[in-house]
Design a protein around this ligand. Structure first.
Ligand code: NAD
Length: 362
């Protein structure tokens, strides 16, 4: 491959985390450079969004798509969905390099996999891009309602986070009521604002931080009771529950030396800076960490519902099951003296293995 910086051990990397297939896509006419990674299709077709990002080099893009696709296998498995895990990355600047031809060419690559990979929206992609991809393939989820899709998945994601948070409260306090609890939501974006709505209605004492003044203004207008927390000082605040709904890796050495909350439950992906290390510190500090890929699965559940013929009520009731699954994970972690992320990973792996065994029999 011309100008390739991808290391020569791609197959070894795939073997290490048990990826099934990685597809490299290039097209000179449109300038498309993309990688589609299919991690595991034991439970069903691999579903996961396409991320467009200006990676510094191809090795970083490959690393990201391998990591993200594996994460999708776990998310689908633990949510009880008949889906595998996949993800795609397009290398480039989404603000300057996106156009109809590029998206449609990418759509043709997705189509060539014949439904083994189903794409959706992720960072750097917008609804119009999904429409272009849809012009070339039916294997797209997360479409606007006008095209028979489920529209913005954020309200469903927020509901799942709310369910996971309530289950964590039940385990920590003996009651799942969040009334009177001081909860700080980090990030007043799509998911954050829907979550604030649930918390505010339940009578929680909600604080919110965001780095953009317009978001803060929006929240103040919609939820007058909510108070604003400085985004730099958030980890020093007194709170019962910390809800990361902005970026990943906010649970790390630095923040854990300050955080004094009882529960961490939010929508952001990959919250633990280092799973093994920070997952254990959280346990040692007596906090409950609701695994991110479990409680933020509402968006994926919403996409899954599209494949069956979209029904918002069904997506919401499936998302409500996150309450019981979270409770099961918290109990399992406690009984086995292990961090919650590990209990969640094991539960996902066991479901993939069990269903895989059934398929072998058939
Ligand atoms: P979004 O971009 O709409 O919102 C993120 C918000 O966080 C923005 O308002 C941004 O200004 C703010 N922010 C960024 N850095 C911050 C900081 N340091 N402190 C405080 N605020 C900060 O994104 P979203 O769709 O609401 O998703 C939120 C998180 O949840 C992301 O990590 C996303 O990957 C994850 N997630 C989202 C969904 C979904 O359905 N949208 C599903 C699963 C996971």
């Amino acid at each position: 491959m011309e100008n390739s910086t991808i290391e020569s051990n791609v197959l070894e990397q795939m073997m290490l985390k048990e990826h099934e297939q990685v597809v490299f896509c290039t097209d000179k006419a449109t300038g498309l450079k993309a990688i589609i990674a299919i991690h595991n299709t034991v439970l069903g077709p691999a579903l996961g969004g396409t991320r467009m990002w200006q990676y510094e080099n191809e090795a970083l893009a490959l690393n990201d798509v391998l990591r993200l696709s594996r994460g999708m296998s776990y998310k689908a498995a633990i949510s009880g969905l008949n889906l595998g895990g996949g993800k795609a990355v397009i290398i480039g600047d989404s603000r300057t390099q996106k156009n109809e031809a590029l998206m449609r060419r990418f759509g043709k690559f997705v189509d060539s996999l014949d439904g083994k990979y189903i794409t959706a929206e992720d960072v750097g992609m917008s609804p119009i891009d999904m429409e272009y991809i849809h012009d070339e393939t039916d294997h797209v989820a997360g479409l606007p309602t006008s095209l028979g899709g489920g529209g913005d998945p954020s309200p469903v994601t927020a509901y799942g986070v709310y369910m996971g948070m309530k289950a964590s409260a039940k385990k920590m306090y003996g009651s799942d009521s969040l009334a009177g609890k001081r909860i700080i939501v980090q990030g007043a974006g799509h998911v954050g604002q829907y979550l604030i709505d649930y918390l505010d209605k339940e009578g929680a004492k909600v604080g919110v931080s965001d780095i953009f003044a317009d978001k803060i203004k929006e929240v103040k207008h919609k939820f007058p009771k909510v108070d604003i927390v400085d985004s730099n000082g958030i980890y020093d605040e007194a709170m019962d529950i910390y809800a990361p709904c902005a970026l990943g890796a906010t649970i790390n050495d630095d923040t854990l030396s300050k955080l004094k909350c009882a529960i961490i439950a939010g929508a952001a992906n990959n919250q633990l800076g280092n799973e093994a290390k920070h997952g254990q510190i959280v346990v040692d500090k007596g906090m409950i960490y609701a695994p991110d890929f479990l409680i933020n699965a509402g968006g994926l559940i919403n996409c899954y519902s599209e494949l069956e013929g979209y029904n918002r009520d069904r997506a919401m009731s499936k998302t409500e099951e996150i309450y019981n699954t979270t409770m099961n994970i918290l109990i399992r972690a406690e009984q086995n003296s292990m961090p919650t992320y590990q209990a969640a990973n094991e539960m996902a792996e066991q479901r993939i293995e069990a269903i895989g065994n059934i398929n072998k029999v058939l």
